[in-house]
Design a protein around this ligand. Structure first.
Ligand code: ARG
Length: 456
């Protein structure tokens, strides 16, 4: 069948060329945005006297019907249509004839697709924010329920200092609050209307771009038509925000995978978020966390793919830009699914306080506190550090932990050490005394929980 743009060419395209050219397979998801944009366009055209009010009414009600028919499944999107824009216009013209043919006045698919993508990402950014909030809430609740559980804090994955599990896990909630900020920031630059840029140079018709933008809930229009049709920064920004979300999810997943291992045993995923093995009957695998970790690479790939597509494109629209969609949609779908899985997975995860507490006893994590104790007794920190290190090394040789080393042994290293040393190195106190702002004390955790309330 000849294309709608037949004229300069016969409009019949080689079938392989047609497959390469067609985007309906993936831009069909833009039908809502495309129809919404077209309704605003028709309203603007009639407002400006470019088409009559009757024509606009006829177009708008037919578009509403098309919208409904697609939603209800009455109208199937034709996989042979070139793209969603052509499909909607084609159905419209079939249904209402000449008035339908006027819709594309003072518009091009170039500004149409740019608008559709912005409308799509505006809606998606709102959904994404809600999903991030749900995840923050799940983390916050887990922290709240296990507020005073002590666990090892690590650097270099070696036992470093004792921390509260709540403090540990809330670090991730903080990352996701920044993600919300990034999505909001990206949204700010996204809600600028390109429509009316037309093919690239604007139009000779007396259009009202701001009116059309406002119909769509945008307060601003892009000020350069060539920029309007060729800008995909907002897609890159969204992909970059999505990549960071995945990076955070991946780091969290890595923790959960480690913590679910027999070696750690700090957490246990609920059965409905675990899988078994086809051969090893005893297995319970944290596949969901592994998949979040695994899919991170894929989302990074989507970001790199688009950056690479855009690199070197001259102004204004080039067909290469059709390649913005699959990767972007893939990233949106992937992140959305991972977030929707992670929130209930964390909610239903069992925290094994006993295993964490036991692990915290190993590794001399209170050695810094022993040094701090000596500082309080008047020793300069560097000297105190040396004494504490020698005590640790003595304990390793003699099979002690700091808690059970007799006082007379301590005093061989420093006369300043007295009976109150045991209070100072008691793990519960080590955590309690880390009262510096943002530290691991319960008070600080409570402040964090209060801060996070506004996101949950
Ligand atoms: N399907 C196209 C895209 O996604 C729509 C814009 C087509 N514009 C054009 N001049 N061929 O980019």
């Amino acid at each position: 069948m000849a294309k709608m743009w037949a004229g300069r060419t016969a409009g019949e395209v080689n079938s392989l060329a047609d497959s390469l050219n067609s985007s309906i397979g993936f831009d069909c998801r833009l039908y809502r945005q495309d129809i919404t944009g077209s309704m605003a366009h028709a309203a603007m055209l009639s407002n400006q006297g470019i088409i009559t009010l009757d024509e606009a009414d006829c177009i708008i009600s037919a578009l509403k019907q098309i919208y409904q028919d697609i939603e209800t499944g009455k109208l199937e999107i034709d996989p042979k249509a070139e793209d969603i824009h052509m499909f909607v216009e084609q159905v419209l013209t079939e249904r209402i004839g000449d008035a339908g043919k006027k819709l594309h006045t003072a518009r091009s698919r170039n500004d149409q697709v740019a608008l559709d993508m912005r409308l799509y990402l505006r809606d998606f950014s709102d959904e994404l924010t809600e999903l991030l909030k749900a995840l923050i809430k799940a983390i916050r609740d887990k922290a709240q329920q296990n507020k005073e559980v002590i666990m090892p804090g690590y650097t270099h994955l070696q036992h470093a200092q004792p921390v509260l599990f709540s403090h540990y896990i809330l670090a991730y909630a903080m990352m996701f609050t920044r993600d919300i900020g990034r999505v909001a920031d990206c949204r700010k630059r996204l809600i600028v209307s390109p429509i009316g840029s037309c093919a690239l140079a604007g139009t000779t018709y007396n259009t009202d771009r701001l009116f059309e933008a406002r119909q769509l809930g945008f307060d601003e229009i892009c000020l350069n038509s060539m920029d309007g049709v060729s800008d995909r920064d907002f897609c890159v920004e969204m992909l970059s925000a999505l990549s960071l979300i995945m990076m955070h999810l991946s780091r969290l997943s890595e923790e959960l995978i480690l913590w679910s291992s027999q070696e750690f045993g700090f957490v246990e995923m609920s059965d409905d978020f675990s899988t078994g093995s086809s051969i090893m009957p005893q297995k319970k695998n944290p596949d969901m966390a592994e998949l979040c970790r695994g899919k991170t690479g894929r989302v990074y790939g989507d970001l790199m793919g688009l950056l690479t597509t855009l690199k070197g494109l001259p102004l204004a629209y080039n067909k290469d830009m059709q390649e913005d969609k699959e990767g972007l949609f893939d990233a949106c779908d992937t992140v959305s699914l991972c977030l929707r899985v992670c929130a209930p997975m964390i909610e239903s995860m069992k925290v094994n306080a006993e295993a964490m507490q036991q692990a915290a006893k190993k590794g001399f994590m209170n050695a810094t506190d022993l040094a701090d104790y000596l500082v309080l007794k008047g020793l300069p920190f560097r000297d105190a550090y040396k004494v504490s290190g020698s005590v640790v090394s003595h304990c390793i040789r003699t099979g002690h932990i700091l808690e059970d080393l007799p006082l007379e042994d301590y005093r061989k290293f420093s006369e300043l050490i007295e009976n109150d040393v045991y209070q100072a190195i008691y793990l519960g106190n080590c955590v309690k005394r880390r009262i510096s702002a943002g530290g691991t004390s319960v008070e600080s955790v409570e402040e964090q929980l209060a801060y996070l309330e506004e996101f949950a």
